[in-house]
Design a binder for this molecule. Structure first.
Ligand code: ZN
Length: 533
């Protein structure tokens, strides 16, 4: 069977740029997002049998370079699945990690591609040259061009057949090089694209840079291909990586942290000696008390810590998948990003990529959205509403008097609230207002302006907020900007403008609106004052 590059990955569910997908391989279908634990064929702390049966992990990654060096013909004769005694999906890396660590490896790029084919790997990676972190521009350019050349050379070896191949994208911290790499690599028939070695960026907590790197790659590759983030193995950052469209992770960190006596949590890594309590009840942590763990040999503890660390990674991937199905990936992101300021910095920076996030976020969801603070205002659902209001909304033509009323104390949906009923009553009794020509819009710190007739559009009425009562100056400024944008866009529809200020908008705000829109505004403090107009 031949696996066509466009038919191996099927998308099931999306939220932000995160997705649940199904990747077809010759050893079964893998559901993504997924973590491939790195298996060291020479020194494996958790047995491969336990990985499959106890952890229910059906896909692993191992190093073809090490297999070739230590097992040679035996690996080809037995095949990788028999050699490792693993029934699931086996992916092989080609030695790029060793290049990054030791500078070079004594292996021919074509030989390692053929070796991966010959041992029956399900997913193979060409031998790329990782750019690394402390790399000058000239060397970074070399790594990109050489990786593209090796990828082109490998095409005749990898084309056809039922093995999947990964095209690594390089460029390091140079975004234009990552973009160039992606544009060139997408012309080649790879089933999966991967961002090469961002490990150093993650180790330095430069998540703000990591999101730029991921976007530089993602926006230039076909959206129907899975995207692999090499060497990412901490639950702290899985949510933001998935939200940006990463589908596959691989990491040895569960074992490496354990070797270093470190305990992984979803909000960071803790040195074991600092722990007074075990904040987890996974099967590994249930095996021994904290005192028993302290007293056991380092080797025995290393195994339990590695097991716990792997459980944490798997748990987090499952939580992320559930949040995609629930349409709550943003909520999970906000929780995780509060674990470390550098993650919060990255979350705030996502504003730069809202147009991409919005495109992939469902138009309506089964559940409402939560707004916690200013950061939540960057949600793609709010961005979408504001964009649609300006680009798609058409005000009713028979109305020429725009009355803006604050959402303060109003129950949702606004058109059914008792306050709006009173506002309408006041308008109908006001002698100087023709109520048939009045267009009521609600103004609101979250959504800006909401024409009353569309207030049941998702998520206006399906939104719970903690910021309703706190009109600080920042919120007010944003609100005034939204009002100005709306009036400027629809000025030809209205002759008269009335704003119920309710102590939210002051004279300075009104002056700004009048001056910027070149209109006259009548201001009243409360909706009862409409009666006196
Ligand atoms: Zn645990």
């Amino acid at each position: 069977m031949t696996y066509d590059v466009d038919s191996v990955f099927e998308l099931r569910c999306k939220d932000l740029l995160g997705r649940i997908g199904r990747l077809k391989t010759r050893h079964g279908v893998i559901e993504t997002p997924v973590l491939f634990p790195v298996i060291n064929p020479l020194n494996q702390i958790i047995t491969i049998n336990d990985i499959y049966f106890k952890f229910k992990v059906k896909s692993i990654i191992t190093n073809a370079y090490l297999l070739k060096k230590h097992f040679k013909e035996q690996a080809i004769i037995q095949g990788i699945h028999d050699l490792l005694n693993f029934k699931g999906v086996v992916m092989t890396d080609s030695g790029a990690y060793q290049i990054l660590k030791y500078g070079s490896v004594d292996i021919d790029p074509k030989d390692i591609v053929l070796f991966q084919k010959n041992i029956g790997s399900d997913i193979g990676v060409i031998l790329d040259i990782p750019t690394g972190w402390k790399t000058d521009r000239k060397h970074a350019e070399y790594t990109v061009l050489e990786t593209i050349k090796r990828a082109s050379d490998a095409v005749q070896l990898i084309d056809g057949g039922d093995m999947l191949w990964v095209g690594p994208l390089q460029g390091g911290k140079y975004m234009d090089l990552i973009e160039y790499s992606a544009i060139k690599m997408k012309e080649l028939p790879f089933h999966i694209y991967a961002l090469g070695s961002p490990t150093a960026v993650m180790e330095q907590y430069r998540y703000d840079l990591l999101i730029d790197m991921i976007f530089a790659a993602k926006k230039n590759i076909p959206p129907n291909r899975p995207f692999h983030l090499f060497g990412a193995g901490h639950p702290l950052m899985f949510a933001i990586a998935v939200a940006l469209g990463c589908d596959i992770f691989d990491s040895a960190s569960y074992a490496l942290y354990a070797r270093d006596d470190r305990y992984v949590t979803e909000y960071g890594t803790i040195k074991f000696e600092r722990l007074n309590y075990l904040p987890c009840t996974c099967p590994a942590c249930s095996k021994a008390s904290i005192n028993e763990l302290r007293q056991m040999s380092k080797k025995s503890r290393e195994k339990i810590l590695a097991e716990h660390n792997l459980y944490m990674c798997i748990n987090e991937i499952n939580k992320i998948k559930q949040s995609i199905i629930d349409g709550r990936l943003w909520e999970l992101l906000e929780i995780r990003c509060r674990s470390h300021p550098s993650l919060m910095k990255a979350l705030v920076k996502l504003r730069k990529y809202l147009i991409y996030l919005e495109r992939n976020t469902p138009i309506s969801k089964k559940r409402g959205i939560f707004i916690f603070d200013m950061v939540s205002l960057n949600r793609p659902e709010i961005f979408r509403y504001k964009r649609w209001l300006i680009n798609r909304y058409i005000p009713p033509i028979e109305k020429d008097t725009l009355i803006l009323v604050p959402s303060t104390n109003m129950k949702k949906p606004y058109h059914k609230s008792s306050i709006i009923k009173k506002v309408i009553e006041c308008i109908s009794k006001a002698s100087n207002l023709d109520h048939a020509r009045v267009h009521i819009c609600i103004y609101d710190i979250l959504f800006g302006l909401i024409p009353l007739e569309i207030d049941d559009i998702y998520p206006i009425s399906q939104c719970e907020t903690a910021v309703e009562a706190s009109y600080n100056n920042n919120f007010r400024k944003k609100l005034v900007y939204q009002i100005v944008k709306f009036i400027n866009k629809f000025k030809k529809n209205y002759k008269h403008y009335i704003i119920v200020t309710d102590k939210i908008l002051n004279r300075k705000h009104l002056d700004f609106i009048e001056k910027t829109c070149n209109i006259k505004v009548k201001a009243v403090e409360s909706y009862y004052d409409l009666l006196r107009l």
